[in-house]
Ligand binder design. Structure first.
Ligand code: TXA
Ligand code: MG
Length: 344
């Protein structure tokens, strides 16, 4: 299994972090670009390498719930319950920060985002390191998040001291972010843990603001264009895709489509592929590359960024993403594909 890592690699990674260098670490959501959260110079490097605006706060990753009160204060009861239920796992809590948390980490806010990841390598690294690791997704600002070590290598390459190979991320989209400054909690970024999960397991009600109702500087993922390929990307309904293909049939060339169904339009030459998609050498003149995505939200999330990376590398004219169901289970995915296709 590729996720195995030697104790010597963990020691080397810890040494890098202690020296103030950056280490890319696998998590169950996406790969993170980690720095010692208590070293301001190291944290600055994250912003420099990502090209990320400095007022965008970073998530502090911890090994263990025992460390939470070192970073956060006045933790409401709801937050403790969520922490016990869903950590380690794909959930970030926004809490009031302790005084010593660096301004560079919080973007100057009075709050700190905290997460305990479950990926065994992230856990191993965090335990060996002992402190908090500030880690955004390990991609250049605005680009598609990495779900494999290869994505990190091709996007950030030698700007990172070390990349820990942890195989493909099991979940594939970023953590659910919950504003827990008080017991009136609300969701700032949808992910695989839903409001229904919180209600069903703990009886806790989490408000879910409508998309775009969020104040932009708080969550950089709330900017209209984010998680975006370089290729122009559009979000379309299934009907619109079929109508466009039919209407523009002779002119359509090199369109890459992500859809959960099989193509139905006959008018254009469609290369249909199960994922993971690999472009056959003899496909230069295909009008449409049709990537059939999994029809369940878990499978779709797992493959989404991988497929967007592949679609972007195909250098097609455009990427068209077919809308997914407007239900809670798909909310995290709908959020990411909407942002991937938005243009500022
Ligand atoms: O799954 C994840 O959350 C991944 C892995 C690496 O843990 N991390 C991740 O980090 O997605 P990043 O930086 O790409 O997105 C974190 C989001 C940002 O939109 C940031 O604005 C928000 O969390 N955030 C962090 N601290 C915050 C705070 N104190 N208040 C509000 N939002 C905060
Ligand atoms: Mg990110």
């Amino acid at each position: 299994m590729r996720a195995r890592i030697s104790p010597a690699q963990i020691t080397a990674a810890v040494n890098c972090l202690k020296q103030g260098d950056l280490v890319a670490m696998p998590t169950e959501t996406v790969y993170g670009l980690a720095a010692d959260a208590s070293n301001p110079t190291a944290v600055q490097k994250i912003f420099a390498v990502k090209g990320r605006p400095t007022h965008h706060p970073l998530i502090v990753h911890l090994a263990d719930l025992d460390q939470l009160t070192l970073w956060a204060r006045e933790i409401p009861d709801a937050a403790w319950q969520l922490a016990q239920q869903f950590w380690p796992g794909p959930m970030t809590l926004i809490l009031k920060k302790q005084a010593q948390v660096l301004t560079a980490v919080t973007g100057g806010q009075d709050t700190v985002g905290v997460r305990i990841p479950s990926h065994p390598i992230a856990q191993h690294l965090l335990r060996a390191f002992g402190g908090g690791l500030a880690a955004p997704s390990a991609n250049r600002f605005g680009y598609i998040s990495p779900t494999s070590a290869q994505h990190v290598r091709s996007d950030l390459g030698d700007k990172v001291a070390m990349i820990l190979e942890g195989g493909p991320c099991s979940l594939g989209i970023e953590s659910t972010i919950i504003d827990c400054r008080s017991d009136n909690i609300s969701m700032l970024r949808p992910g695989t843990i839903t409001a229904t999960d919180m209600l069903a397991t703990l009886g806790i009600r989490c408000a879910v603001p409508a998309p775009h109702a969020l104040s932009i500087p708080q969550v950089s993922g709330a900017l209209p264009s984010h998680y975006a390929p370089r290729t122009t990307t559009h979000l379309f309904s299934a009907e619109k895709i079929d109508a466009y293909l039919q209407m523009r049939a002779p002119a359509v060339k090199n369109i890459i489509i992500l859809s959960t169904r099989k193509p139905t339009v006959q008018a254009v030459r469609i290369y249909e592929a199960r994922i993971p998609y690999h472009r056959p050498a003899a496909l230069e003149d295909a009008a449409v590359h049709w990537m059939i995505m999994p029809a369940d939200p878990e499978g779709y999330a797992h493959h989404l960024y991988e497929q967007l990376h592949i679609a972007d590398q195909l250098c097609g004219a455009e990427i068209w993403i077919e809308m997914v169901p407007n239900t809670e289970a798909w909310r995290g995915i709908m959020d990411r594909i909407t942002k991937a296709s938005a243009r500022m």
